[in-house]
Design a protein around this ligand. Sequence first.
Ligand SMILES: NC(=O)c1ccc[n+]([C@@H]2O[C@H](COP(=O)([O-])OP(=O)(O)OC[C@H]3O[C@@H](n4cnc5c(N)ncnc54)[C@H](O)[C@@H]3O)[C@@H](O)[C@H]2O)c1
Length: 431
Amino acid sequence: MLYSQGMQDDLSRRNFMKTTAVAAVAAPGILRAQNASGAVRIGWIGVGSRGYYLMDRLYTGSKDLAQVTAVCDTYAPHMSRAKDRVQTMGGNSPKTYEDYLDLLQDPSIDAVVIATPEHLHYPMFLAALKAGKNIYVEKPLAHTIEEGEAMVEAAEKSGKVVQVGTQNRSNSLYQQAKEMVAQGMIGDIHYVRAFWYRNSLEDNPAWRYKVPDDATPQNSDWNKFLGSAPKHDWDPHRYFQWRLYWDYSGGIATDLLVHQTDITNFVCGKVVPASCMASGGIYRWTGAGDDRDTPDTFSAIYEYGDKFHVNYSSYFGNDHYGYGENFMGNEGTIEVLNRQILNFYPEKFGGKAPAGVSARKELHVELPGNDNKAVEAHIKNWLEAIQGKAKVIAPTRVGQEAAISGHLATLSFRNNKKILWDEQARKYRFA
Ligand SMILES: NC(=O)c1ccc[n+]([C@@H]2O[C@H](COP(=O)([O-])OP(=O)(O)OC[C@H]3O[C@@H](n4cnc5c(N)ncnc54)[C@H](O)[C@@H]3O)[C@@H](O)[C@H]2O)c1
């Protein structure tokens, strides 16, 4: 369809968050929970880097909708830091738990946030549903495809409200990109390029976060961290830098890539790829004593069933190109960079562009800090869904679709084989 300048201006002005919110009307009777003030009572499981940040976003964006009544973490200093935060920001003193199963027994808790390492999402999620809680679970949904499938089934049976932490769906710029694609602004789209590049100095290797000086197997509860992962002697690197080990993480594929395959599906109206071929290795961070498993250099090529191709790359040795997605249509390009810039360029066709294409004006939108706003909107959407006023934008099934792309890439890389996804059977096999 032709895209007039008026429509284009309108797109850049409109509040896309509102558009989505209006479309999202909840099924009746989702939840009656909430205390007398109507606030959702939350138990927070995992208050490390992400959990602590999410809590700030909750207090910034949805303070009146929720109350954090309990926190759980196995590392004692994280727990006391979070307790202080709740007291300062929420004005109440939350209960504290070292074992999430104890927290789940509290019938006054309506909902839980799960922001623990990847391998712990599955048992925590199933136990939370069993205890009748609504859930905000960080991405990736699970550590394996099979776990994720079981989680989708359990969540859909339970009728509880689940939001997966793929917050780009709540980012106004991706919502704008989606609408522009749907309105034909870039023509047909068969090709997306997505990337996430990082770099750091030699003395600060990628994902080697600082291990706190006071960490011990006792104040970190090593066995609870391991859960059902293979037994291993206490190793604070594994505990605080879990992204570097296959036992607890899929590395780049499930930590970073899933955000970008997810948002590609969202913007372009896709679900899951039909195949993946991944390649890479540990090329940059090879220092003596660095026992990391997960690659620092990674590419994955996806084919979808309907002539759609995603070219993904990530490297931890150069950050010049940063983070972004290029949606490359045959009549134009939309790129979203660092979650806060949207650019649109019509195709030039060597000066011979048809009038309908050349009439489209370039568009540049920059919204600094837009990821913070996206997280706030994502949490708010979850709370409003619990209150029966909205529908979640990233339910369990959508989170699993995002995670499948990541797991396919990890499996392809680790087995050095092309992998195929059978959507009917909901199983993978190697080509
Ligand atoms: N959506 C996003 O953009 C985004 C960004 C960063 C991280 N994440 C996700 O958030 C999750 C957490 O990542 P992080 O960076 O905060 O990790 P982290 O290591 O900083 O925090 C994990 C916390 O879980 C605690 N923990 C470990 N085992 C536990 C157990 N058995 N019971 C209770 N607590 C336990 C740890 O003590 C720690 O405080 C991951 O799934 C990650 O992928 C999402």
